[in-house]
Design a protein around this ligand. Structure first.
Ligand code: MN3
Length: 198
């Protein structure tokens, strides 16, 4: 049973002018699709072929002999999750439940944004910045390449892709500008709050 590319939750041009349709075309139709194709090729006729995506990720995490499978499975999961972390006319303020939890951990929304930005900019090379629920405490984390919170028993609430392919066509080397726009104009707080309450 092959994995399929889940549809984008909005049109390819829906995040313009902050993320161009060209970036979305490459990121979704080329990068995400390639991870998916690699995943399907790697699980075909193996013990993994009828497993759920999360099972594959958890069973291959931190295992050197399965690094290729882990990387592609995790990148499929990360990108599907990331698309929902953005929306047209995003940004603004989170709902009451998430605001209360963010204030508990970070003091203020602005302080959360500053720390999230630091994590995104401090990730050397390719990776991801995350807001996670670590056993009831909200935390920021960053991961390298395909790595992701579930491998550490943490629940992802929100992520920003800081691989260069996520922003280079629109922002070139200015990762900070992309992350700022992500937080101010794109972030889907309803999705993050739904993850928190799920
Ligand atoms: Mn990406």
């Amino acid at each position: 049973m092959a994995f399929n590319l889940p549809p984008l939750p909005y049109d390819q041009n829906a995040l313009e002018p902050f993320v161009s349709a060209t970036t979305m075309d490459f990121h979704y139709n080329k990068h995400h699709q390639t991870y998916l194709n690699n995943l399907n090729n790697l699980v075909a006729d193996t013990i993994w072929q009828d497993c759920e995506l999360e099972q594959i990720i958890m069973q291959t995490a931190a295992q050197e002999q399965h690094v290729g499978l882990f990387n592609n499975a995790a990148q499929v999961w990360n990108h599907t999750f990331f698309w929902s972390c953005m929306k047209p006319h995003g940004g603004g303020n989170p709902g009451a439940a998430l605001t209360a939890r963010l204030n508990e951990s970070f003091g203020t929304l602005d302080s959360f944004k500053d720390q999230f930005k630091q994590a995104a900019l401090g990730q050397f090379g390719s990776g991801w910045a995350w807001l996670v629920d670590n056993n009831g405490v909200l935390e920021i984390m960053k991961t390298t390449n395909a790595d992701l919170p579930m491998a550490y028993g943490k629940k992802a609430l929100l992520t920003c892709d800081v691989w260069e392919h996520a922003y280079y066509l629109d922002y070139q080397n200015k990762r900070a500008d992309f992350v700022q726009v992500f937080l101010d104009k794109l972030v889907n707080w309803e999705f993050a709050e739904a993850n928190l309450l799920a």
